[in-house]
Design a protein around this ligand. Structure first.
Ligand code: PHB
Length: 398
C-alpha cells in the first residue's frame, strides 16, 4: 500500500490514521508515530570452517559502517540476526529460509561461498527479499539468476580472474599449472583465467582440483616440483589459503616457481602467513595499501575495532552497508518502497576504500583491478592491471 504513495505522503497517512484512531487525542508525541520500525538484517555467513575468518570480517565491517552512521540506516535502528552457513550448499536453502521466513528479516546479507550463495539467492528471489552479496563470486548470481532485489558489492569469479592471464603472460610465463578447489568458485575462477591466458598464447600444462575444503596439498606440490612449470596460478582462500601458502614454501617452491592468483589467496591471511607469502603476485579490486584517504581511515578504523588485518572481504561488506544506507536514505527508511529503493541502489555511486565504483545493469560492480605483490609483509600495489572491468551479465533478463 505504501509502495504506491508518493514520497512524504506515508508520514501524512500515518499521522492521519493515528489521529483518526484517537492516538493524537491522548497526547502521544507525533514523533513516536512516525519513527520507522527497527531494520532487521540477517547475516548468513560462515562462522565455522575454512571461511570462518571471512564471515567474522564481513560481520565486523558491516557493524563498523552502521556505527559510523550512528547505529541507524534510513533512520531506523539496526538489529542483526546471524546464521552460521558452514559453507555448506546442502544446508543453504534451509538457512536462508530460517532468516527470511522464520526471523522475517528485512534485508539479507550473505555470503562467502558461491555454492551456498546460489541456493540462498534462489530463496531470496522467490521471497523477494532485498539481498546483498558481500563476497560470493558465482557468475550466475549476476547473470541468469540476476533479479531486481539482488545486489552484489564484490565481484564475479570471471571478472576477478580475467586480468590474471595478461598478468602471468606479461611476466614472460607460458606454461602454467592451475590449482584450486573443485566447486563453483574454483571452477569459474580457473575458467576465467584460462580464457584470457590461452587467448594470449599460454598453455595450461596441468590442473589440480581437490574437493572443497581439503587442504592436503603436499602430493600436488611434489608433482608440481617434478613438472617444473613456468608458474602456478591458484585460488584458495581463508584457512585453506594460509595452509597452501605455507605448504608451497615448505615444499621448496617459493622463489623457484612463481606463485600467482586472484588476491583472495593472500587477503586476510597475510600476517599469519609471514615470510611464506613474500613474492606472491595477484590481481584484485582492492589492496590494503591503496593510497587514498577513505582507505587509510577505513584501514585504521577496521583494524582498531576488529583486531584483524583489513582485507577485501571487509571492504566489500563495508560497501554493502554503504549501498543499503544510500538506498534507504532515498526512501526515507521505507523498506516497502521497493521500486524507489532498488532504483536508488542501482544508481548509487559507492565511495569505497577500493576507489569509487558503480553497478552494472545486473547489479555487479564495474571496477578496476590492481596488480599487487607481497613485499616485506605488505601488499604492494604495482599498478592497475585492468580498468573498469564489467562482467558481461550473460543471460540476465531482469
Ligand atoms: C566463492 O566461493 O565465491 C569465494 C570464496 C572465497 C573467496 C572468493 C570467492 O575468497
Amino acid at each position: 500500500m505504501f509502495e504506491q504513495m508518493p514520497r512524504g505522503s506515508r508520514r501524512r497517512f500515518l499521522a492521519t490514521a493515528a489521529a483518526a484512531a484517537g492516538v493524537a487525542a491522548v497526547g502521544l508525541p507525533r514523533v513516536a508515530i512516525a519513527a520507522p520500525p527497527r531494520l532487521k538484517i540477517g547475516l548468513m555467513l560462515p562462522f565455522s570452517g575454512t571461511y570462518a575468518i571471512h564471515g567474522e570480517t564481513v560481520a565486523d565491517a558491516i557493524k563498523l559502517r552502521v556505527a559510523e552512521l550512528g547505529g541507524k540506516l534510513g533512520g531506523a535502528e539496526v538489529e542483526f540476526v546471524r546464521v552460521d552457513d558452514e559453507s555448506s550448499p546442502p544446508k543453504a536453502k534451509d538457512n536462508a529460509a530460517k532468516l527470511i521466513v522464520k526471523e522475517g528479516v528485512d534485508v539479507l546479507i550473505g555470503t562467502i561461498h558461491s555454492g551456498v550463495a546460489e541456493a540462498m539467492v534462489q530463496v531470496a528471489r522467490e521471497e523477494g527479499t532485498l539481498t546483498l552479496v558481500p563476497n560470493a563470486g558465482s557468475n550466475r548470481i549476476t547473470r541468469a539468476l540476476c533479479a531486481p532485489n539482488i545486489f552484489r558489492t564484490s565481484f564475479s569469479n570471471w571478472q576477478a580472474n580475467q586480468p590474471g592471464g595478461p598478468m602471468v603472460l606479461d611476466a614472460g610465463h607460458r606454461n602454467v599449472v592451475l590449482m584450486s578447489w573443485n566447486y563453483a568458485a574454483g571452477k569459474e575462477m580457473m575458467e576465467g583465467f584460462r580464457e584470457s591466458f590461452t587467448a594470449g598464447g599460454g598453455t595450461v600444462v596441468k590442473e589440480f582440483m581437490p574437493d572443497f575444503p581439503k587442504d592436503e596439498f603436499q602430493p600436488y606440490l611434489t608433482e608440481i616440483a617434478a613438472l617444473k612449470p613456468d608458474a602456478v596460478y591458484a585460488f584458495y582462500s581463508g584457512g585453506g589459503a594460509l595452509k597452501f601458502i605455507k605448504d608451497y614454501a615448505a615444499a621448496g617452491l617459493q622463489g623457484k616457481i612463481p606463485l600467482y592468483g586472484p588476491g583472495f589467496l593472500t587477503d586476510g591471511v597475510l600476517n599469519a602467513a609471514g615470510p611464506a607469502a613474500e613474492g606472491i603476485t595477484t590481481v584484485l579490486h582492492y589492496a590494503s595499501t591503496l593510497d587514498n584517504p577513505i582507505n587509510k581511515k577505513f584501514r585504521a578504523d577496521f583494524e582498531k575495532t576488529s583486531g584483524r588485518e583489513v582485507d577485501v572481504f571487509a571492504v566489500q561488506a563495508y560497501d554493502a552497508a554503504s549501498l543499503l544506507a544510500q538506498g534507504l536514505a532515498a526512501v526515507e527508511g521505507d523498506i516497502k518502497a521497493r521500486k524507489a529503493l532498488f532504483a536508488a541502489m542501482e544508481k548509487a555511486e559507492i565511495d569505497s576504500p577500493r576507489g569509487k565504483f558503480r553497478f552494472s545493469r545486473a547489479h555487479n560492480p564495474i571496477q578496476d583491478f590492481y596488480l599487487r605483490r607481497v613485499e616485506n609483509g605488505e601488499e604492494k600495489v604495482l599498478g592497475i592491471a585492468a580498468k573498469a572491468v564489467e562482467d558481461p551479465a550473460t543471460g540476465c533478463k531482469a
